[in-house]
Design a protein around this ligand. Structure first.
Ligand code: FAD
Length: 467
């Protein structure tokens, strides 16, 4: 149970700022290793972007759309078997666009068969492609872009590029011009065994994680926004919340890396060379979502678990980000997704740029939100023609919404582009005792990336505290 900030002690071994999946995992691992840990979260609930909200009997999940099979092993090893036990496969992934319409289990066998039979790509080329992407590592050469990778294997085949790229753009915000490794690593993770979800919803997962934190003795304080990371002689000594300083041997920031460097830490602690590289970090895109709730007495037919739909002629990374994009993903949540909760909800997700929304007047903002919701219902009606009359709740979120709830620079959904990874990994070399965990470098984002990164950073902190 979270405690009021006033009840927190004056010092801990470690303070974790932020309770995204990365922060939660680092806090849990360090407490498990015997360190005293304080977890401070500015919002009233834990989870960061792994969150949910309730309206009129509906529970809407924000970022529970799909993650790779690797989550099963990660949760078993670093959380517990109960959490692992609720991870189930989504078997019905649907694509519908002017170039093709198909249904897939989104794994290597099915993709091989689709590429070979439907797209007429020779098996040798498909196998070579899979072998190449499966062999990619994050320390590999970053000069080749995803566009170049696709042209090498499937020259001029924009339909194949779309099949391979569209879901990954939604999953981590990467574009055709990002380093091919940011595509290859994430794509291979999914191809391993398909797309998975957490049965019971994000609320169940975060409550189970909170129980585990409590068991391991983490002190949690929500509604506690850290204003400053306190340093002395360039070394971390604690954090400041509402004018009160709490001391710690190490501080782990799960706030965005750009926030951590530019807003939370005294910039004079960093070398000029580090600041120069930090200033060059590009923040990844944000998202828009439309949440649609179906009346209690109504049902909808099964049209897939994830539906990648677009009326745009070809895949184009810029089109997916446009304020008026014609591409979106529908996540359909049936009663089976939340056993015991007999409701249907649908979430439409679009990639989006913060500045497109932040520069609108209040009236324009309201009008654009309304138009976005209407477009979502129109698009959904192509698959569920009678859906309009069944809806009893609609609400939308924009990049400004994500910024408000997580404080992320430009409301980013997936942290930073590739260059953020090195900065995040080396921050403790600049300021002893200061660590960063959370979505960076595209690879370390998403539910699996954030949790795995949480484990890596916990090991760094443990080594530092023991040395
Ligand atoms: C719309 C959307 C859909 C997504 N869909 C998927 C998906 O289907 N699959 C998938 O794997 N991933 C998905 N993601 C991405 C995934 O949710 C994130 O990459 C991951 O949850 C981020 O975890 P994190 O550890 O980086 O922390 P975050 O979730 O970013 O949390 C950071 C936390 O730090 C807190 N904080 C920040 N500053 C302070 C401060 N000064 N003091 C106190 N607290 C602070 C914030 O309030 C927040 O709770 C999606 C994201 C979005 C936005």
């Amino acid at each position: 149970m979270p405690v009021p900030f006033s009840d927190c002690s004056d010092s801990y071994d470690v303070i974790v700022i932020g309770s995204g999946l990365g922060g939660l995992t680092t806090a849990n691992r360090l407490a498990y290793c015997g360190h005293s840990v304080l977890l401070l979260e500015h919002h009233h609930r834990l989870g960061g972007l792994a969150t949910w909200f309730k309206r009129k009997g509906h529970i809407f999940d924000i970022s529970l759309h799909g993650f790779p099979f690797g989550m099963i092993k990660t949760c078993k090893k670093y959380w517990n078997r109960e959490i692992m036990g609720s991870i189930v496969q989504l078997k019905n992934i649907v694509f519908d666009n002017p170039q093709f319409s198909l249904r897939t289990t989104f794994d290597k066998d099915d993709f091989t068969s689709i590429l070979n039979i439907k797209f007429k790509i020779p098996l040798t080329v498909i196998n070579d492609f899979f072998t190449t992407v499966a062999g990619m590592n994050f320390y590999d050469d970053q000069t080749m872009t995803t566009r170049e990778l696709f042209e090498q294997f499937f020259p001029g085949r924009t339909d194949v590029h779309r099949l391979l790229m569209e879901p990954i753009t939604y999953a981590n915000g990467s574009t055709l011009d990002d380093p091919a490794i940011t595509y290859g690593i994430v794509f291979s993770n999914f191809m391993n065994r398909g797309v998975y979800t957490f049965e019971g919803g994000t609320d169940k997962l975060i409550h189970m994680m909170a129980d585990e934190l409590e068991k391991n003795g983490v002190t949690i304080s929500t509604r506690s926004r850290v204003d400053r990371i306190v340093t002395e002689k360039n070394k971390v000594i604690g954090v400041e919340v509402d004018g009160r300083v709490i001391k710690a041997g190490a501080v782990v920031s799960n706030s965005g890396i750009t926030n951590t460097i530019h807003n939370l830490t005294d910039r004079s602690c960093f070398s000029d060379e580090f600041i120069e590289r930090a200033d060059a970090i590009r923040v990844n895109n944000s998202s828009c979502q439309v949440y649609i709730g179906i009346k209690e007495e109504e049902s909808i037919q099964d049209v897939g678990d994830l539906l990648f739909t677009s009326t745009s002629e070809e895949f184009d990374s810029a089109e997916l980000l446009d304020l008026h994009t014609r591409s979106k993903t529908f996540s359909l949540y049936y009663p089976k997704t939340r056993p015991g909760h007999n409701r249907y909800t649908i979430v439409a997700s679009m990639n989006s740029r913060y500045d497109d929304w932040a520069t609108l007047s209040d009236d324009e903002y309201r009008a654009e939100k309304e138009r976005m919701a209407q477009r979502a219902v129109e698009d959904l009606s192509r698959y569920l023609p009678d859906v309009k009359g069944k809806i009893d709740w609609m609400e939308s979120a924009t990049p400004l919404t994500f910024n408000r709830y997580t404080l992320h620079t430009l409301g980013t959904s997936f942290g930073t582009k590739f260059e953020g990874l090195d900065i995040s990994r080396s921050i403790f070399k600049e300021v002893p005792g200061l660590f960063h965990v959370g979505s960076v470098g595209i690879i370390m984002s998403g539910w699996l990336g954030a949790i795995n990164y949480g484990v890596i950073v916990a090991n760094d902190v443990d080594t530092y505290l023991r040395s």
